[in-house]
Write a new protein. Structure first.
Length: 134
């Protein structure tokens, strides 16, 4: 080939060696790649399923805490009413200091429970929103 030869008489060219398996193993490579794609899809479905389970569990936790918060609110209202009555009775001399202190202690315990539960509810609700991407 005149084009391949240089003016000094040297020739240029290239050799390409392709194994015969390149042409015969295409189906195997395609099947292997398809198996890898299928495996990745399956792993994605597993992760999505686990995420759904976590979201459902978190949702139920938030609902439970909300219901407990309603109950705790009622309990706090009763304790607050008892506290108000105890203050009046103590100032009228109908309650001893020990009785008044016990009722006051119950009120503050209920108030503390309410604050703790409210904080826990807000935290769990925020976690649920984060899990849902909101």
């Amino acid at each position: 080939n005149a084009f391949d030869q240089l003016s000094l008489g040297y020739g240029a060219g290239f050799t390409l060696k392709i194994p015969l398996s390149f042409f015969t193993n295409g189906d195997v490579r395609n099947k292997t790649m398809q198996c890898e794609v299928d495996g990745a899809k399956f792993r994605k479905q597993q992760v999505e399923s686990e995420l759904r389970k976590l979201i459902i569990a978190q949702y139920n936790k938030v609902i439970s805490l909300r219901n407990l918060l309603v109950i705790q609110s009622s309990s706090l209202d009763v304790a607050q009413l008892n506290q108000s009555m105890a203050e009046k009775e103590f100032s009228n001399g109908q309650l001893t200091l020990e009785q008044y202190s016990r009722i006051s202690s119950l009120y503050f315990t209920e108030k503390e429970k309410m604050e703790t539960m409210s904080s826990e509810f807000k935290t769990e609700f925020a976690l649920l929103m984060e899990m849902c991407g909101m």
